[in-house]
Design a protein around this ligand. Structure first.
Ligand code: ADP
Ligand code: MG
Ligand code: MG
Length: 498
């Protein structure tokens, strides 16, 4: 059994290290062969001609539009200016006080580019190439496109496995929901909800969805690979305990992720260590949007949803609640990272659900000597039973949380721009999860009659590649650069500085 784990770990480590071009299948060029431009006619007729989507947001679209503009003498200055603006981020931009320039000049440039240059671009070979890429992007996705490595974790509806795209060598985590389980437990709405919310969010602090597809027995969500493991593992299974800088850093990044979700009126509702994952550089992302909910106008919902022990008092009492429940969750998380136990339960204590709920709604949590004044102070403020008194719930969109003295050492603007290095970098030679044999086997539920309604649901789920992730994968893996050659001689366009 031990051997089995070693073998699977070393296969995963090897795949991670190879990464990039070495890990591509020998058939990768064939897998990513452009369709003939004549096959792109339908797409050309139906694709929405929206400048921002085609030339600014989509990574490949942006690149090709840029290449086109560089071919025109009259647009070159425009490109130089735009690249200057893009290149200036973080401190340097703030030092120069250029955020104003970026705010006003960039939109002005885009307004100009979105007119005649955008019209002409659509008649150029660069746009034809864009359509070819789009056709590749929209190819149906099947499990044959991936190599599978070891099991990473287990959840309510299925398992999470490490996987790699054969064509590009990109590593991902594949969350597989067992169709039988989903059906038996009527989880269709939840599964679709999770997938659709993941598609909507776009933050460096929340996992990204790259593909959604189905196999005979499973529904699969292919997600950003988080090879540093989850926070539960780091709190309980590592010799090295979390010091106060790490606690503060992770809490700050979670705070940014929550703010992003809240801006989109999404209440996350499932904040706990095992849902916060580390990437290879040591940054965290919030994952598992399975219980998240999009709040409509009234901005309040009801429903006893979450994990026992982490639910906010207003959720337990059956009151209507809103985004505030997540600030309670952040309080629980900071508490648990500091004390290596959740606020209302001993480390290995077995508590009945009812008793736990009474503690959460009635009792005051205890603070020992591990809590400094600031930590104790922010936990107390976030763990206020009454949401009206709770930190973060005054309607400032998380600004009051970020302004708390606990976060004094954090420069949130730099953090959000990705300019701060993580205090702990996972070892690339280590696999941060329980041994494969210690992750309980997931029993599948087979049989069950399969109806037309099931099919409708599977179809809604099975939407294939997610545009932005797919295009980023092509660019990051280097496939874009190698394949995007023009002309009969296969001439590559010169590398353009910008
Ligand atoms: P569930 O909704 O069933 O709780 P999760 O999405 O939380 O499932 O995944 C279960 C576990 O799988 C997580 O606690 C984590 O250990 C692992 N896991 C999930 N997503 C990833 C990922 N993107 N990268 C690495 N491991 C992951
Ligand atoms: Mg989970
Ligand atoms: Mg879930």
């Amino acid at each position: 059994m031990e051997i089995e784990n070693l073998v699977q770990n070393s296969a995963l480590i090897k795949a991670r290290e190879d990464g990039g071009s070495k890990a591509r299948s020998w058939k990768w060029r064939e897998m990513l062969r452009f369709p003939n431009i004549s096959e792109c006619q339908d797409l050309a007729a139906t694709i929405e001609r929206d400048y921002y989507s085609l030339c600014v947001k989509q990574p490949i679209g942006k690149e090709l539009f840029r290449q086109y503009c560089w071919t025109r003498q009259d647009l070159q200055n425009c490109m130089i200016l735009l690249s200057d603006l893009v290149g200036l981020t973080g401190t340097r931009m703030m030092e120069l006080g250029l955020s104003i320039v970026k705010r006003f000049l960039a939109p002005e440039l885009h307004r100009f580019l979105s007119q005649e240059p955008f019209q002409q671009y659509q008649n150029s070979m660069y746009f034809e190439r864009f359509l070819q890429w789009k056709m590749l992007e929209r190819k149906p996705i099947t499990k044959k496109l991936f190599r599978q490595y070891r099991l990473l974790g287990k959840g309510g509806f299925g398992e999470v496995w490490a996987c790699q795209v054969r064509a590009t060598g990109m590593m991902y985590a594949c969350k597989k929901l067992d169709k039988g389980h989903v059906k038996k437990r009527r989880g269709e709405k939840l599964a679709l909800n999770e997938k659709e919310l993941l598609e909507e969010v776009d933050s460096r602090f929340v996992v990204n969805l790259a593909y959604a597809y189905e196999t005979k027995h499973t529904l699969c969500m292919v997600l950003t690979m988080m090879s540093g493991g989850d926070l539960k593992f780091h709190i309980y299974n590592m010799k090295q305990k979390l010091d106060k800088h790490r606690v503060c850093f992770y809490a700050a990044e979670v705070c940014c992720g929550l703010t992003h979700l809240h801006e989109k009126s999404i209440a996350y509702r499932d904040l706990k260590p095992e849902n916060i994952l580390l990437d290879d550089k040591g940054h965290i992302r919030i994952s598992d949007l399975g219980l998240a909910v999009k709040l409509s106008e009234g901005r309040l919902v009801r429903g006893m949803v979450g994990t026992v022990g982490y639910m906010a008092p207003e959720v337990i009492s059956g009151d209507k609640y809103g985004l505030c429940v997540d600030w309670w969750g952040l309080g629980c998380l900071i508490y648990e990272m500091t004390a290596a136990k959740p606020p209302f339960k001993g480390r290995k204590e077995n508590v009945m659900r009812q008793e736990l709920e009474i503690r959460i709604t009635k009792e005051q949590e205890a603070y020992d000597e591990r809590f400094s004044n600031e930590v104790k102070n922010i936990c107390t403020a976030l763990l206020k039973k009454n949401p009206k008194e709770r930190l973060g719930c005054s309607g400032s969109g998380g600004r009051d949380v970020k302004a708390h003295p606990f976060f004094q050492e954090i420069n949130f603007r730099m953090l959000e721009a990705g300019l701060i290095e993580a205090p702990f970098k996972p070892d690339p030679r280590h696999v941060y999860c329980s041994d494969v044999q210690d992750i309980d086997e997931f029993s599948t539920v087979r049989g069950g009659v399969h109806t037309e309604k099931d099919d409708q649901f599977y179809q809604k789920f099975n939407t294939g590649s997610v545009s932005l992730s797919w295009q980023n994968e092509m660019i990051e893996s280097g496939c874009f650069k190698e394949l995007n050659v023009f002309g009969p001689g296969g001439k590559r366009t010169p590398d353009l500085v910008w």
